[in-house]
Design a binder for this molecule. Structure first.
Ligand code: ZN
Length: 427
């Protein structure tokens, strides 16, 4: 099989950057449709008003335009220039207001007077604008015209899902949030890395099945969990992916369990990388790990990011732009996840189904299968090591360590042995 051309993650981010996303609406649909060009994810729609645990799927928000005109009739804030200018989920408004009333609906960042903040009002009906503090300070008395051409009405919540089927239905879950508008690290980086990883895994022969969820944060995760409770016991490992494009070192937030397989595996791969990293204990705030780790489910789901949300000045502001993410960081994040998948697959334990003496490999065409390759000898040794150590207590990783063979050759040998009556999957 030829591997598909890998995604240019930075170009994907540039393409998605101008789209105004929110927890519902056409921006999310358009984003998911673009992702479908790279990975065959399914788009799900859940109607507004659907009860999901203690929540309800909200009304759908769509916006066409938004602006403020000053007393001289000049547009001083324009949604078309930057979608962060409109308070996300603003109700529609078109009226004239005095400066005092206007100020009650303005959001700024006094510490960074040239940046525009990202603010939302999902659960309180309100209208508002976000602007540079410098502009805010220069506003003069007078009558302003405000317009937000948006709709907030029954529709649906949209999310994307992709299941890459492995040889078993034991699942590894990757979750990333898709609800933020023009912000690059948070979370176009997570979206681009997850899509790229999905594309790579789709071309591989894997033990586990890999499920990718592209969800609006919080309400999307709650909605998915409420609709998929029958699938949760298949989840062996899970990871929330976010903030993967900035230049910080990796931060891993442990699952609620704290000692789940994913906690150990991520740590091991981080240690192997030889680069500095930080591990955070679980706390019930942050991204969607807190839904997957809620007490009813307590799933083995951790979170991988570079910077941590709220702990860098550009967070939730217009400074989280295309310059804030780097191609090198995106590639390093993707490579890390590739190594993580290798580690997860490598921890698999297989069972020799004919453990009484050596089985006849030649009779099963196993030596012939790789005839002429320069790594033939290693491959034959890989077959023998796998059969000898697959007694239920050695993982592929253990076998790699003991045999000192290349893990890729061992995996190829496993693939061939699984086609015969000699080796079985555990589960
Ligand atoms: Zn955020």
């Amino acid at each position: 099989m030829t591997e598909p051309k890998s995604i240019d993650m930075l170009r994907l981010i540039e393409r998605l950057y101008p789209i105004c996303r929110s927890i519902t609406g056409d921006g999310v649909r358009e984003t998911l449709r673009i992702l479908q060009e790279h990975a065959p994810l399914e788009i799900h729609e859940v109607p507004s008003g659907t009860p999901v645990f203690d929540w309800t799927v909200p009304e759908e928000w769509n916006i066409r335009d938004g602006w403020i005109k000053n007393p001289s009739g000049e547009k001083i804030v324009d949604f078309q220039q930057l979608n962060l200018h409109v308070l996300n989920y603003s109700e529609p408004v078109h009226k004239k207001v005095g400066l005092d009333e206007l100020k009650e609906h303005l959001f700024t960042l006094p510490d960074h007077p040239d940046w525009v903040p990202y603010r939302t009002s999902y659960h309180n009906r309100n209208w508002g604008f976000c602007m540079e503090h410098r502009l805010f300070q220069s506003l003069e008395e007078g009558e302003y015209e405000v317009c937000i051409d948006a709709t907030l009405e029954p529709g649906s919540l949209t999310y994307g899902e992709l299941l890459i089927k492995g040889r078993t239905d034991e699942e590894v879950l990757f979750v990333t949030h898709i609800c933020h508008p023009s912000l690059c690290n948070d979370n176009l980086s997570g979206i681009a890395v997850a899509t790229s990883l999905a594309q790579k895994l789709a071309a591989q022969n894997l033990h586990h099945s890999y499920r990718f969820l592209f969800l609006p944060a919080t309400i999307g995760a709650i909605t998915w969990l409420s609709r998929n409770q029958d699938k949760l016991d298949r989840i062996k490992h899970g990871l929330v992916l976010c903030l993967l494009g900035d230049r910080s070192t990796f931060h891993y937030k442990k699952s609620r369990k704290g000692d789940a397989g994913i906690d150990r595996i991520v740590r091991r791969v981080l240690e192997k990388s030889g680069k500095p990293f930080e591990t955070l204990e679980f706390y019930p705030y942050g991204y969607d790990e807190r839904q997957f780790c809620s007490p009813a489910f307590d799933l083995p789901v951790g979170r991988l990011s570079r910077s941590v949300h709220g702990e860098f000045p550009e967070y939730h502001s217009s400074a989280d732009n295309l310059e804030f993410v780097s191609e090198e960081s995106l590639k390093e994040s993707l490579a890390f996840l590739g190594q993580l998948v290798e580690q997860i697959e490598g921890e698999e334990v297989y069972i020799n189904l004919k453990p009484e003496c050596e089985p006849q490999l030649g009779r099963r065409g196993l030596f012939k299968a790789i005839g002429g390759q320069s790594d033939t000898k290693d491959f034959q040794m890989a077959l023998l090591w796998i059969l000898n150590l697959s007694d239920g207590s050695h993982s592929l990783d253990d076998i790699a360590e003991r045999s000192e063979l290349d893990p890729a050759i061992l995996r190829k040998a496993v693939d061939e042995l699984l086609k015969t009556d000699l080796l079985g999957e555990t589960r």
